[in-house]
Write a protein that binds this ligand. Structure first.
Ligand code: KDG
Ligand code: MG
Length: 402
């Protein structure tokens, strides 16, 4: 079953997405997400200029072989651009394989390990009252797990909190915006947020929080300790994870569970974190971590150490990635939770899909393959529109992790 056509579709139905569409000689098509927020065209070029010419004519059934052909064959390994491009090919091949078999993808991944996939919502408020209102709205929608971000007194903007009434979307048109950050202000404020949320909503709700890589290890340890009374489901990305051993220091001081890995692109990024049990959830996802094939290996390593999955699922991961993630999450035994940040209506129209949300859980549906397609005519009505992630500086002007 030869691959006869491979096309990269770049579209901006509200935000930019890069999608790979493969077609076989029998006319079966498969989709893969290749979106790398703020660096989209680098992946489109990597696919168009370097991988797709070698993909045409290959046997679509040889998923594992194709993965290694592009990973080892490049000589230059890993990195978000390479791994997103390989992920798109891998995901599209799994889509094709499942369509040919006539089954939803999760059936090829071992079948369902659970009835549905627990997802968490985003609730963002400019201040404590706003955060409480946002959590109440997510509860009304049926979510059982909610990530809460809140404006920090004294800081004009912060990660996760929209400036206006629009849903939060970090990539902005024009030049990158600049945020100002104070770890001191954040560390003082953040326990007050979760104290208030537990007082308002009780013990049952799963509460999550994203530190977004901003603290030093000892600051992160302090925050984890200060949040212990509020029993978070997880504290995410408390410190940048390039230095995996940094998490030893956090672990020595706090039992607040830790989630890490949305920027990871290979099993080597998380190897030490997992093997030393320095984290509880691994957030690597299909699009940025080499596709279904590689993510399954990360999950298998994690399973040995009782680390569970918690795949990234922000809006910059397209509905194609969300579908793939739901098939993965439904099937993998050590699933923990899946992030769910709903796409805009225009994005959902460009990517008609079978997955559903009900009562705090999602299901990928029973359509053969991934259960997501792209309306190419509609996609063409939304040309690429460059957008940038913000840059973060501390209050004295020093560039800091965003
Ligand atoms: O592109 C960057 C976003 O996906 C990221 O900032 C979102 O941290 C994020 C999250 O947890 O969803
Ligand atoms: Mg995050």
């Amino acid at each position: 079953m030869r691959i006869t056509d491979a096309r990269v579709i770049v579209t901006c139905p509200g935000r930019n997405f890069v999608t790979l569409k493969l077609t076989t000689e029998d006319g079966v098509t498969g989709l893969g997400d290749a979106t790398l927020n703020g660096r989209e065209l680098a992946v489109a070029s990597y696919l168009n200029d370097h991988l797709l010419p070698l993909l045409i004519g290959r046997d679509a059934r040889r998923i594992e072989d194709t993965w290694h052909y592009f990973y080892k064959g490049a000589y230059w390994r890993r990195g978000p651009v390479t791994m997103s491009a390989i992920a798109a090919i891998d995901t599209a091949l799994w889509d094709i394989k499942a369509k040919v078999a006539g089954v939803p993808l999760y059936q090829l991944l071992g079948g369902a390990s659970r009835d549905a996939v627990l997802v968490y919502a985003h609730a963002n408020g400019p201040d404590l009252d706003g955060a409480v209102r946002a959590v109440a709205s997510s509860l009304d929608l049926g979510y059982k797990a909610i990530r809460v971000q809140c404006g920090i007194p004294g800081l004009s903007s912060t990660y996760g909190v929209p400036r206006g009434l629009q849903p939060y979307e970090p990539a902005e048109k024009g030049a990158p915006s600049e945020h100002r950050w104070s770890s001191e202000a954040y560390i003082t404020f953040i326990p007050k947020l979760f104290e208030r949320l537990r007082a308002e909503f009780g013990d049952e709700l799963h509460l999550l929080h994203d530190v977004h890589h901003r603290l030093t290890p000892i600051e992160a340890a302090r925050v984890g300790k200060s949040l212990e009374p509020y029993r978070l489901f997880w504290m995410e990305d408390p410190t940048p994870a390039e230095l995996q051993e940094a998490f030893r220091l956090i672990r020595r001081h706090t039992v607040t569970p830790i989630a890490v890995g949305e920027v990871f692109n290979s099993i080597f990024d998380c190897q030490q974190l997992v093997q030393e049990q320095l984290v509880d959830y691994i957030r690597a996802t299909v699009v940025h971590a080499g596709g279904i094939t590689h993510l399954r290996k990360i999950a298998a390593l994690a399973e040995l150490y009782q680390v569970r999955t918690g795949c990234h699922g922000a809006t910059d991961l397209s509905p194609v990635c969300m579908a793939a993630s739901l098939h993965f999450g439904l099937s993998v035994h050590n699933f923990g939770i899946q992030e769910h940040m709903p796409h805009t209506a225009e994005t959902d129209r460009v990517f008609p899909h079978e997955y559903t949300f009900q009562d705090g859980y999602m299901h990928p549906g029973e359509a053969p393959g991934l259960g997501v397609e792209i309306d190419e005519e509609l996609a063409a009505e939304y040309p690429y529109d460059p957008a940038w992630l913000p840059v973060n500086r501390t209050v004295d002007g020093t560039v800091h992790s965003w």
